[in-house]
Design a protein around this ligand. Sequence first.
Ligand code: CDP
Ligand code: MG
Length: 140
Amino acid sequence: MIQRTLSIIKPDGVSRNLIGEVIKRIESAGLKIIAMKMIRMNKVQAKGFYQVHEGKPFYESLTDFMSSGPCVVMVLEGDNAIEKYRKLMGATDYRMAEEGTIRREFATDIEKNVVHGSDSPESAHFEIGYFFNQLEIINE
Ligand code: CDP
Ligand code: MG
């Protein structure tokens, strides 16, 4: 099934020059980038993006981190894109992530784990709409 998912290269990934590395893995996996931009979220915008985590112990620190520098946000499209990209990323906690995944190879911390990917069709719909309007997404 062709799906869309939202990918973010988080501020740690951008500042450590991992943009190319992440994009190379996305393209090699056969996922198409159908929208992309670099943005810098403020605290309020980061809180809005991660509103599902409001109240959790990591919410304040996570939203500080996500608003600490630029991110690259992308819409990826392809067969089973949501799960496929989650597999490329690896588990949230890099110490638990499978060998060869982005987080296992590059994360430095449970929070600073380089990448975000939507976890369901519902969250993908919300997250894509949070950053992109229809004119910014390639439909061909
Ligand atoms: O990003 P993912 O969907 O794998 O994990 P999440 O449970 O939705 O959490 C969102 C983000 O919060 C993670 O990617 C981490 O950056 C951060 N987090 C954290 O700092 N400490 C935790 N115990 C769990 C998540
Ligand atoms: Mg998540």
